[in-house]
Design a protein around this ligand. Sequence first.
Ligand code: SAM
Length: 249
Amino acid sequence: MQFRCETIGNATLYQADALDVLPRLKERSFAGLLTDPPYSSGGAFKGDRSAPTSSKYQSAAHRGIYPEFQGDTRDQRSYFAWLTLWLSRARGLIVPGGLGCVFTDWRQLPTTTDALQAAGWVWRGIAPWDKTERGRPQLGRYRAQAEYVVWGTDGPRALAGPVAPGVFRAPVPNVKHHIAGKPVAVMEGLLAPMEAGAILDPFMGSGTVGLACQAVGRPYVGIEVDATYFEIACRRLQEGLNGHSNPSA
Ligand SMILES: C[S@@+](CC[C@H](N)C(=O)[O-])C[C@H]1O[C@@H](n2cnc3c(N)ncnc32)[C@H](O)[C@@H]1O
């Protein structure tokens, strides 16, 4: 199978389904996994989950600004199976003891911690991303203010290396490049305790993890199935390489 592949500085970007690319990457060649997969969330029922990503993850005022993204309509059982499948393949690519970080939301938190363990990772914790008071207010309820990074290791990990925060506080960026765009600063913080070496991101979106890797001088491999978002990621990384300032997400 042929994929589109672009090399931009230290970054290698594939436009393909992650499940097609992961088996072709070299075993144990990555220092860590840092990725933000589709959550298949956004509602309690199958019909809610099958709605367009813009209506699930954006207010009506912002719909239509960003392209829809793919792979977000699985029901609960198939989402668990799919997470387990790619997390298992990804684990074999990370150095023994290496860190794996996977974003999720409150609805999919239990499924994600189950899948991480089913895929053979040792589940070590949850690092909340506190989106600050700019998170969506909800009348008579608690503000939708956090998403979560489920993290674990491939087997035992030595108690050595830098200490990193366990909560990351940063607002959703003003300028986003993806419906589900995350702040580059949060990704940089998550990279900090990982060993030197390349980072694997099977769900690249607009390339936010890649930009964080670029900022700290790490090799990066990103995979994105959607052609539009692949182009956006290539553009952002190229601009970063050319020294153009990149808005925060
Ligand atoms: C939550 S978004 C990532 C957003 C990213 N963190 C950012 O800041 O731009 C997940 C991305 O995974 C992509 N995706 C979904 N299924 C995929 C698959 N099977 N293989 C590769 N990419 C996939 C979607 O198109 C989407 O862009």
